[in-house]
Design a protein around this ligand. Structure first.
Ligand code: UDP
Ligand code: MG
Length: 317
């Protein structure tokens, strides 16, 4: 029988991962049982929380089957797809462990790396990030991800360790703090860095996805990138001022040049094309800046609605 507050919680977001769940469960269980006994706890002193983020395959049925056999497996099923980082937040809300392990459900994060993370965690940290030794992802994913992290690190103003995987381990105190942050636009990596506390990193293996394809499509990646940048930086808003200043300055110089040409050389400024091009250029910049304002305004509106972060249609405990 498991006590109400286990030593470890493992939180895993699941979106159409039916092909990966059995192997994930098998490998994770081996690791967790051994970890519990090595740490001097009974072998059932952990919980695995699988958060089904609105899967349309048989993931939820599989999770329920696992729970029937093994009560250490718990589950939350969302009413629809809310997104990776919200699924993780739901798992964190629900977790009770003193140490909380996060990992993805496609076995890109090998469970066998957990004991290594825990050994470092025991030295007195509130969070140990897993850092990929070598990233095992398709080329396009690596490039877009590099660009995203570059922009983010440059503008976010929080120190977000580079190359992090989802595999990490957090203390109860860290998780409780995160759970108090209820913003709708969730970018977990930034939020964790923002919390602070004593953290460290540790290199872990990263393997290719066991089965299936990445559940992140291009629009999902863009939304996450927007959330990340707008939640951690207001630099884009200042962009309007920078662009405005640069445009006025250049126009001023060009204007002086035209007056000079007219007065001293008698050359009138010709050109219908140049006028049209500059109108469109300035119009484009204005729309871009309005778009950025709109993005922040929309975000502010969304946050003021104070809707729940997610809707769960079923819990299994
Ligand atoms: N995931 C999720 N909701 C989504 C997309 C992904 O819960 O909308 C889960 C997915 O099942 C996996 C983890 O988040 O366990 C990471 O997703 P994925 O492996 O597709 O992302 P990638 O590794 O390609 O960045
Ligand atoms: Mg993956």
């Amino acid at each position: 029988m498991q006590n109400s507050s286990p030593e470890f919680s493992v939180v895993i977001p699941i979106y159409n991962e039916e092909e990966n769940i059995p192997e994930l469960y098998r490998r994770l269980t081996d690791v967790m049982e051994k970890l519990c006994s090595d740490a001097g706890h009974p072998p059932d002193n952990y919980e695995i929380i699988l958060v089904d983020d609105g899967s349309i395959d048989h993931s939820w049925e599989l999770i329920k089957e696992l729970h029937e056999k093994d009560p250490r497996v718990k589950g939350i099923s969302f009413s629809r797809n809310f997104g990776h980082h919200i699924a993780i937040s739901a798992g964190l809300d629900y977790s009770k462990g003193n140490a909380v392990i996060l990992m993805d459900g496609d076995l890109q994060d090998p469970p066998e790396e957990i004991p290594k993370l825990y050994n470092k965690f025991k030295e007195g940290y509130e969070l140990i990030y897993g850092i990929r030794q070598q990233r095992q992802d398709p080329f396009l994913k690596k490039i877009t991800s590099k660009l995203f992290w570059w922009i983010l690190r440059r503008f976010s103003g929080v120190d977000i360790p580079q190359g992090q995987t989802m595999l990490r381990i957090l203390s109860r105190r860290h998780v409780n703090t995160l759970n108090e942050m209820r913003e709708y636009a969730r970018f977990i990596h930034g939020m964790m860095a923002w919390v602070g506390f004593k953290t460290s990193t540790l290199e872990v293996k990263h393997t290719p996805r066991l089965k299936g394809q990445s559940k992140y499509n291009i629009p999902k990646m863009f939304i996450l990138a927007f959330h990340a940048i707008t939640s951690f930086s207001t630099v884009p808003l200042r962009l309007a001022a920078y662009i405005g200043f640069t445009c006025s300055f250049i126009s001023f110089i060009v204007g002086i040049y035209f007056i000079y040409q007219k007065i001293f050389h008698g050359i009138p400024v010709l050109g219908y094309a140049s006028i049209i091009v500059s109108i469109f250029f300035v119009g484009g910049i204005q729309l871009l800046v309005l778009g950025i304002f709109g993005e922040y305004l929309g975000r502010t509106y969304q946050e003021t609605q104070k809707r729940p972060l997610y809707i769960a249609k079923e819990y299994i405990d």
